[in-house]
Design a protein around this ligand. Structure first.
Ligand code: ADP
Length: 772
């Protein structure tokens, strides 16, 4: 009779339950090692606790004796504590948290340690103590209390962590799974609480239930939808109440109205009522279910209507953005989703030969995913490698894929963390692949439904059909987009071509100008050389030549040859500037000397043309480092240009000053420069020519209309002087540019040339010289 002790029987059955769970855990292939260890440990702890309780119970009912009840009950408490700790760890493992929850561990473990010390009493503390206000504290009772607090800490940590995770998940499938886990947590805490309070039968049953639910949640991928189950239960509950009310109400009504009628039989009335109810049951149930669905999850849709509307609306759309908006909008009309996008997929890898098109073919490279938002939040772009399990699955299976699948199915465990992170950032619930000629070209990425419902299998069926319908439209939109891109590219190329053409004709013009200039410039001195030579020969042949006459002739030939040499030298210098072989000295240069030499060079021309040349502020300028001969060449040329561009009687002013230029970067000291301007009252330069005059062989206006002569008004050279001047100044680390209000031969607005030369280099050079 003692074996029939109900607590003992329950404990025994619970132990068998635990053994079965342990077996299931050890056999499972879905669980990772960590989860197996924790779940296995939990089962073993529960088994150990059960054995200790069974032995205690056996002693109590007299099956065994001589057992130490104190030790056994102590092991019972240890078992419960171990289970609380393991369950906390298991909760973290379920939530895929990487850390160990050290904060909670610290607090919980401190209580457990103090409790155990009080319990085991290694320091031989007294069994009772009186700390405050005369209260007597029994040691083992305090120990038990402290241990219970430790257990409470771990339990609260599990509850808190579960609530946080539940709040964070928006995906209904994950939420559903979290609900199961929440149930396990509630059962774990309440069963352990009951067991600590010695409610053995109910406590151990709940304990078995919590371990079983936790194991099922971890082991089972497709957990039944609790929301749906709740909805069905409510429907049936309402139906039961409704039918009972109708039946009893009908029965009593029949009784009241027909009782006095002759031949009234209550049994017949009952049967008629039952028949009526049986006929009405199904339509009534439908009605109730639809009502519940509407109340809980909003509207329902008609798949056929959605499908036909969908095909009609998208068939003519070519614009990608519009297509995404219409596609996602229509889906949302039926299913009311939070957000969604049409994702185009571009394979970036080897060229696709016919063999490579097959879904089974191995590929390298990446797939670029570009989401085009149709509704709700913007989704970031991403790329997934061609041999990622996600791509393999999308290419082979052609079925809708949920984020839940990606998170939980073992085949996706190998997904690289970066790809996983990108997918999670999309906050998408379901992906529907779109194919064109067996090639994956896009996805419909849909966020969770607003109602919080999952995508049921009928939804997925319809969505798959919709995705298939989208293929042609997406392919058209892609082609159209490519075409648009190519068009834009063509237009860009055309514009570039036009620019190149303009540049080419300018270069062509420069080349013809060069030939014209060269022939024009070279011919004049050459004609002079030949002419004087012929005259000389004729004079020698006819009359005896006088010395003076001969000297005059040779002088003219010499000047013409000198001019020729000058032109050829200019050409040569430009070539040396181009090839960076122009020799340049580096020595301290007194700019006043340079400017004065330049003025002296042209003194004859200045007098002939009655021009006034003034120089200001030059003598006060500090010396700079450079090549005095080259700098004289620059100013000489600027002066020559000014003389040639200014009508007789005009003015040329040369002004020197110091300037500071800040480079905008507060950390570096500003650079100091000398700025020398050569300003004339000449014909000026048009704005569009201000830069061009520095180009090789460039001369303003028709080259053949210019007169030749070194100082004549509007006289022109080969168009190389400013090119050489800029080359020299830039080699000195400076800048040269022209300013003019415009070109006007009548009003002569004048031109101002700036030559900016850096000063710092001199100081540096001086310190370097001093250091040397
Ligand atoms: P060139 O050998 O013809 O003098 P440059 O390179 O020195 O060649 O000058 C190019 C052109 O710039 C000149 O042909 C002239 O038309 C114009 N130019 C140069 N300096 C002046 C100036 N001070 N005033 C007006 N035009 C100028």
């Amino acid at each position: 009779m003692q074996f029939a002790d109900p607590a003992l029987i329950v404990l025994f059955l619970v132990e068998i339950g635990h053994l079965i769970t342990l077996y299931a855990v050890l056999r499972s292939r879905r669980l990772n090692e960590h989860a197996v260890r924790l779940l296995g440990g939990l089962c073993l702890a529960a088994l150990g606790w059960g054995v200790s309780q069974m032995l205690l119970r056996m002693q109590l009912v007299g099956i065994v004796n001589n057992l130490d009840a104190y030790v056994l009950s102590r092991y019972g408490v240890y078992g419960l504590l171990i289970m609380a700790v393991l369950f906390f760890q298991l909760t973290r493992c379920y939530e895929r948290k990487e850390d160990y929850g050290l904060k909670w561990w610290g607090i919980g473990a401190a209580f457990l340690l103090v409790g155990l010390l009080l319990y085991l009493n290694p320091f031989s503390w007294p069994d009772t103590f009186l700390p405050l206000g005369g209260y007597v504290f029994v040691r083992w009772l305090v120990a038990f209390g402290v241990l219970v607090i430790g257990w409470g800490v771990f339990s609260i940590a599990s509850i808190r962590s579960t609530i946080i995770t539940y709040r964070r998940t928006s995906s209904p499938l994950h939420r559903n799974r979290n609900k199961y886990w929440a149930l396990a947590v509630i059962l774990a805490v309440s069963s352990q609480g009951l067991l600590l309070g010695q409610k053995i039968i109910i406590g151990s049953l709940l304990q078995l239930l919590f371990i079983a639910i936790a194991t099922c949640t971890l082991l089972t991928y497709a957990l039944p939808d609790l929301r749906l189950a709740a909805r069905r239960t409510v429907s049936y509950l309402i139906m039961t109440i409704l039918t009972t009310c109708i039946y009893t109400g009908g029965y009593f009504a029949a009784q009241a109205f027909f009782q006095s009628e002759p031949g009234y039989n209550p049994i017949t009335a009952g049967v008629i009522l039952a028949l009526a109810l049986a006929t009405l049951f199904n339509p009534l149930l439908n009605l109730v279910q639809r009502f519940i669905n509407r109340v809980i999850s909003g509207s329902r849709y008609d798949p056929n209507q959605t499908l036909s509307e969908y095909s009609l609306s998208i068939s003519n759309i070519l614009d990608m953005e519009l297509l995404a908006t219409v596609v996602v909008g229509l889906i949302s009309e039926a299913m009311e989703i939070t957000h969604g996008a049409l994702v185009t997929i571009q394979y970036e890898g080897q060229n696709l030969g016919p063999a490579n098109l097959s879904p089974e073919s191995e590929r390298s490279g990446t797939y670029r995913f570009r989401p085009i938002t149709g509704m709700g939040q913007e989704l970031p772009e991403g790329s997934i490698s061609a041999n990622s399990p996600l791509i393999l699955s999308l290419r082979r299976e052609r079925t809708p894929l949920t984020q839940y699948d990606i998170d939980l199915q073992p085949r996706f465990h190998a997904l690289p963390p970066a790809e996983r992170a990108w997918l999670s950032s999309l906050n998408v619930d379901v992906y529907l692949p779109i194919y064109a000629k067996d090639e994956l070209i896009g996805l419909l990425a849909l966020g969770p439904k607003i109602s919080g419902d999952r995508y049921y299998s009928e939804d997925l069926g319809l969505l798959k059909t919709l995705a298939d319908q989208t293929a042609v439209a997406l392919e058209n939109a892609r082609l159209y987009e490519n075409l648009k891109q190519r068009n834009a590219e063509n237009e860009r190329l055309n514009a570039e071509l036009k620019k190149a053409n303009v540049e080419l004709s300018r270069l062509d013009q420069a080349k013809s100008d060069f030939i014209n200039i060269a022939s024009h410039e070279l011919r004049t001195p050459l004609t002079q050389v030949i002419g004087f030579n012929d005259i000389l020969v004729e004079i020698i042949n006819t009359d005896p030549i006088e010395k003076n006459q001969a000297l005059q002739m040779t002088e003219s030939v010499r000047r013409a040859a000198w001019r020729l040499e000058e032109i050829v030298e200019s050409m040569f210098e430009v070539t040396r500037l181009d090839t960076r072989t122009l020799d340049m000295a580096r020595m301290p240069v007194i700019l006043a000397e340079v400017v004065n030499t330049a003025i002296e060079n042209w003194s004859q021309g200045i007098n002939e043309r009655q021009l006034t040349v003034t120089a200001q502020g030059i003598s006060g300028l500090p010396p700079i480092i450079g090549d005095p001969r080259r700098l004289t060449q620059v100013f000489s040329h600027l002066l020559q240009n000014a003389i040639k561009s200014t009508p007789n009687g005009g003015q040329i002013r040369i002004i020197g000053q110091m300037v500071d230029s800040s480079n905008g970067n507060g950390n570096q000291p500003s650079q100091r420069y000398v700025d020398i301007t050569v300003e004339d009252t000449g014909i000026g330069i048009a704005a569009e020519e201000l830069e061009r005059i520095f180009e090789k062989f460039y001369r303003v206006g028709n080259v053949l209309l210019h007169s030749t002569g070194s100082t004549k008004f509007k006289g022109a050279g080969p168009g190389l002087g400013l090119t050489i001047a800029r080359g020299i100044i830039e080699t000195h680390g400076g800048r040269i540019w022209a300013e003019s209000p415009g070109y006007d031969e009548e009003n002569c607005p004048g031109t101002k040339f700036h030559v900016l030369l850096p000063l710092n280099s001199v100081e540096e050079e001086n310190t370097q010289l001093q250091q040397a």
